[in-house]
Design a protein around this ligand. Structure first.
Ligand code: PLP
Length: 378
């Protein structure tokens, strides 16, 4: 919980709890100790330099989706050999930067991309390491914008084309095929999709092994969900339960390594968006709390219909009122919560929006020519 004396005077501002970040990373590391597992942090969830530095120093790798993220990762101290580069639309410049830096692998999403990586690797005279991103057609049962592993999504190679692209990767010059990559979605709250993923990986490995093809690694991506409704009770996600699914069900081959890519589960609970109440507006049958933070600072409620716990951390009132909590942006979707039960709230009060460390500040925009939110680490 944020102490009042930690509250910055200028709002809106993200406040990051670095102690919780360290404890979260420690819990990840505790669960992989003694296993041939490698964890990458998905930089797109939050790329505040201090946070990247902390995660890099802990020894985790990173998962990137753009050239600027590659540079941020190197700047923060991540080793190139621990970087995986995902995304359906990598540009030539981005691929060349990855090749020149000798990154761990490109997660390849299409035939023309694989061909292009090979062409660019040949032109540099350097080998490019790749994994084939498979679309396993597993429904993660999460919001439609964060489901990535069913056939209608743009991500990955469909199962019926997998043999063909693996054969192509084995034949193309200056391509080194490390293995298969999967990422089925985000904010996944049940173990079942991961169990189905293990079954699919086992089936595919059996099939490829029977053809004499072996992989040095499997990457099962991320997507582990966090508890947006109970940030204090579940400040650290259930990594143990998550890893146990893979320990129990995924048949790793001798010498093979298993990679994971966590974004949200590492940083979400560490971040709180702190905002000030500008006005209380009473239209007769509804009261609105109008904040100085809006969807430009935290777009998740507007984009994914998600809900974050909202707290008034300055009101001393013991009377509860019902409010719609909204931002100042000129969009009807700029709403953080409807019928929120808050103590009597007044202009100048400080509002905390919890579990905002992932896909919060990193998705901020300047719509309405608003300034980007500030941040501080405590
Ligand atoms: C975004 C992303 C992740 C991280 O997802 P989370 O739900 O934040 O854990 C992992 N892998 C890939 C390829 C991604 O695009």
């Amino acid at each position: 919980m944020i102490d009042l004396h930690d509250i910055p005077s200028a709002t809106p501002c993200y406040v990051y709890d670095m102690g919780l970040l360290r404890n979260t990373i420690a819990e990840v590391k505790r669960n992989i100790e003694g296993f041939p597992y490698d964890v990458h942090y998905a930089i797109k969830a939050n790329y505040v330099p201090i946070i990247l530095g902390e995660i890099a120093a802990s020894g985790l790798g990173a998962d990137l989706v753009s050239g600027p993220e590659l540079h941020a990762a190197l700047e923060a101290g991540f080793k190139p050999t621990r970087l995986a580069f995902s995304g359906v639309g990598k540009t030539d410049d981005e691929i060349i930067a990855g090749i020149d830096n000798g990154i761990f692998c490109f997660n390849v999403e299409s035939f023309p991309e694989l061909q292009n990586i090979s062409n660019l690797a040949v032109s540099r005279g350097l080998t490019a390491n790749v994994a084939i991103r498979v679309n396993p057609n597993i429904n993660a049962h999460t919001h439609k914008y964060v489901t990535t592993g069913v056939a209608e999504n743009k991500f990955g190679i469909n199962l019926n084309l997998l043999d063909k692209i693996v054969d192509m990767a084995l034949e193309l010059p200056y391509i080194h095929l490390r293995g298969l990559h999967f990422h089925i979605g985000s904010q996944i709250m049940t173990k079942r999709p991961y169990k189905l993923l293990c079954d699919k990986v086992n089936e595919l490995q059996d099939r490829f092994n029977a053809r004499g093809i072996e992989f040095e690694m499997i990457n099962v991506g991320g997507g582990l969900g966090v508890d947006y409704d109970n940030p204090d009770e579940h400040a650290i996600p259930d990594f143990e339960g998550f890893f146990n699914v893979f320990k129990q069900y995924l048949n790793l081959r001798a010498g093979q390594r298993l990679h994971f890519e966590f974004g949200r589960s590492i940083v979400a609970q560490c971040g709180t968006l702190i905002s000030r109440v500008l006005y209380i507006k009473d239209n007769g049958n509804k009261k609105f709390v109008i904040l100085d933070a809006g969807m430009t600072d935290l777009i998740r409620p507007a984009l994914y219909q998600s809900h974050h716990i909202i707290e008034n951390i300055t009101s001393a009132s013991r009377h509860i009122e019902s409010y719609d909590v909204v931002g100042p942006v000129c969009e009807s979707g700029d709403v953080f919560g409807r019928d929120e039960q808050l103590p009597i709230t007044q202009r100048g009060d400080i509002i905390a929006i919890r579990t905002a460390g992932a896909y919060g500040e990193s998705m901020a925009s300047c719509y309405n020519m608003r300034a980007l939110p500030r941040h501080c680490c405590i």
